[in-house]
Design a protein around this ligand. Structure first.
Ligand code: IPM
Ligand code: MG
Length: 357
């Protein structure tokens, strides 16, 4: 069988971590005799430099004709002063919108070998195993009107927070379905004490909850959730929330596990799903072999599971991550000098993971 993957390396450490993910795919095809057909496309700053737009039509075409998309990272100081439509980040927003990827799954699970790597106490992070289900194509990221206008002699910035019932319903369904395969708890996060969109959010999520009597639903205000994530993160199973809250809370959840360099993500909802590490392009360490490829390789595992239904292959990738960490192999983001750990480059970490499969 052949699976077609659109690969968008992007900017900064993107190409480096993608290269390691390709090593792992190569290894999987040898071990499991499954063919992966890779087609690369330009996205972000890499596309701006070559064709002048962050998301070329050609790239969208490659993505639409693939079975899944694997993305590295986009963005960097070189393009920071570009006007909004010409920022590398627009590639991500465009891909999410054009491919209809309204559901972003960001699991945060603590690896036992990394208990000491978290900035929080061991006792607090020990049992962390949560999933942030972030709405990805609505809210402030896409609401109209938006822009910077002049009014009464000064500039005024405007963004619009807007959610329809159907947008809330479908993301809630994703959360409840995911919870059924986990510990069967959904916590919906909003700001219903202030925002009307959140009041509607709460009403619709509760109505969906009635269709899932086996999955208890709780509601939490976003400020309290930010606090609970560092106070007692093990209380959470599935967190479902709107786009901007999910952006912020998923970075916070990522840090519980020791490094944002560990966390994968899947964006689902359309015909073609997209997989990418939660971290950004990290321009400060780009090109130095310091990046941690694990988040991208764990994203490959999610791709194998969700897009290709290759469960044994996904298990093999996840087990390789566990065994490599248990053996004390670390990239710089996780390495602690005082211990018996071995510091690896990005590429050596990719080799270790591929060899462990
Ligand atoms: C993320 C990132 C993006 C977002 C940026 C790069 C546009 O922070 O995927 O979380 O805000 O969604
Ligand atoms: Mg983010």
């Amino acid at each position: 069988m052949t699976s077609k993957i659109a690969v968008l390396p992007g900017d900064g450490i993107g190409p480096e971590v993608i290269q390691e993910a390709l090593k792992v795919l190569q290894r999987l095809s040898t071990v499991f005799k499954h063919d992966f057909h890779i087609e690369e496309g330009l996205a972000g700053g890499a596309a701006l430099d070559v064709v002048g737009v962050p998301l070329p039509e050609e790239t969208l075409k490659i993505c639409r004709s693939s079975d899944a998309v694997l993305l590295g990272a986009v963005g960097g100081p070189k393009w920071d002063t570009n006007p909004s439509p010409l920022k590398p980040e627009r590639a991500l927003l465009g891909l999410r919108k054009e491919l209809g990827l309204y559901a972003n799954l960001r699991p945060a699970k603590i690896y036992s070998a990394l208990l000491n790597a978290s900035s929080l106490k061991k006792e607090i992070v020990r049992n962390v195993d949560l999933l942030v289900v972030r709405e990805l194509t609505g809210g402030l990221y896409f609401g109209e009107p938006r822009g910077i206008e002049r009014s009464h002699g000064q500039e005024v910035g405007v963004n619009t927070l807007r959610y329809s019932e159907s947008e809330i319903d479908r993301i809630a369904v994703v959360a409840f379905e995911a919870a059924r395969k986990r510990r069967k708890q959904v916590c919906s996060v909003d700001k219903a004490n202030i925002l009307e969109t959140s009041q509607l959010w709460r009403k619709v999520v509760s109505a969906v909850g009635e269709r899932y009597p086996d999955v208890p639903l709780t509601h939490m205000y976003v400020d309290n959730c930010a606090m609970q994530l560092v106070r007692n993160p093990a209380q959470f199973d599935v967190i479902v929330t709107e786009n901007l809250f999910g952006d912020i809370l998923s970075d916070e959840a990522a840090m519980l596990t020791g490094s944002i360099g560990m966390l994968p993500s899947a964006s689902l909802g359309g015909n073609v799903a997209m997989y990418e590490p939660v971290h950004g392009s990290a321009p400060d360490i780009a090109g130095q072999g310091k990046a941690n490829p694990i988040a991208t390789i764990a994203s490959v595992a999610m791709m194998l599971r969700y897009s290709f239904n290759l469960q044994a292959e996904a298990d093999a990738v996840e087990r390789s991550i566990e065994s490599v960490l248990a053996a004390g192999l670390r990239t710089g983001d996780l390495y602690q000098t005082s211990s018996s750990e071995t510091l690896l480059t990005t590429s050596a970490m990719g080799d270790a993971l591929a060899n462990a499969i």
